[in-house]
Design a protein around this ligand. Sequence first.
Ligand SMILES: [Zn+2]
Length: 446
Amino acid sequence: MTAGTTISAARIAPDSPEIGQLLHSFVSELYPICRSITGNGLRETLRRIGERIPVQIHEVPTGTQVYDWTVPREWNIRDAWVKNSRGERVIDFQRSNLHVVNYSIPVRKTLSLRELKEHLHSLPDYPDRIPYRTSYYRETWGFCVGQRDLDGLPEDDYEAVINSSLADGHLSYGELLVPGESSEEILISAHCCHPSLCNDNLSGVAVACFLAQTLASQTCRYSYRFLFIPGTIGSITWLSRNEHVVPLIKHGLVLACVGDRGGFSYKKSRRGDAEIDRAVQHLLKHSSAPYKVREFSPYGYDERQYCSPGFNLPVGCLNRTPHGEFSEYHTSADNLDFVSADALAGTFRKCLEIFDLLERNHCYLNLNPKCEPQLGKRGLYRELGGQSDAQIREMAILWVLNLSDGQNSLLDVAERSGLRFDVIHQAAASLERHGLLTPARNQEEL
Ligand SMILES: [Zn+2]
């Protein structure tokens, strides 16, 4: 992507139809890079993110103790192949980086077909797809191939070469804090450790990057912290270095698999009833699109670490089709066609909607709490707009007045009334203009 596109991306309004194309072209730009949980592919990905947002790149040395884990040696790969006896590359890393088991140790060997097959991985049910395999914490090597290609290999002497290195180095991650009026934070976390896989990693990376760009151009109540990290070891490393930040995190979202054409799926935080859980569910329920909500489980992406009992952060996970529920998952079919511009744009907008709700979710105090105020004489009924929804707006006003005792947030009012948050918020704004409502001072401001 050229610098020109980058500049225009910053200028584009969130509701612009071009957003989807820009997100998809950023995914396309990052797609060829061979990423892993450490190494130059990860670094290059962070550098490209850094061309769009002022992300800070942290380098944590190999051997650093992070809770019960240790930052591993850094893995880098230059080339890899399997050649037949005629010198032809029958498996070629240059054609797809998925061909090499991620974190393979260096190797140069001549093998019979039978010996070679012990190091080959394939998917018999999907004979044209290359599987994605990793071996981060066990020293081994291997190649991944389509079953059809594997079946076509004749008896021969094969040369297997993996020109990789596994050496002391660093674990890299990217972090950006977009400061708001409050020091309280919303955490957005995306893993960026998978090689050429689009939905599973690049969709979340692209959406998070564009969200940071958009939020940085707005005035926000919350501060927003964006993390671009290798899965598992990245969030463990970040948490171990940032325990002082943890108390500031009021809400959080892990973004993963957010570019496919499926409806939204939200996995609740371990708490299950955190404000982020309720906000996302409210918006999904009041959208016209199909969606799923799943309870927390200690399996999945980095929410596992953020929601470990020592932190128990209010961090949910937003997906379209969850990992493992689409056959393309962790295969070469999770490619640029599998993610769509519309789906990426839809996720981007849904996230902005979620943040917008959290930003506006305050508790209010009814200044006329003894019986209902007379709304008619204040013109409140008349200013309520179109006839068709006038009744809904009246109900919203009555609900806000009744529940605004300083204890209920607007989301509480929306949930209890069954009305949309937006309608409740408009009613509150209207009542505030008429001097009938005032924001309740919360603990933070006391
Ligand atoms: Zn994955």
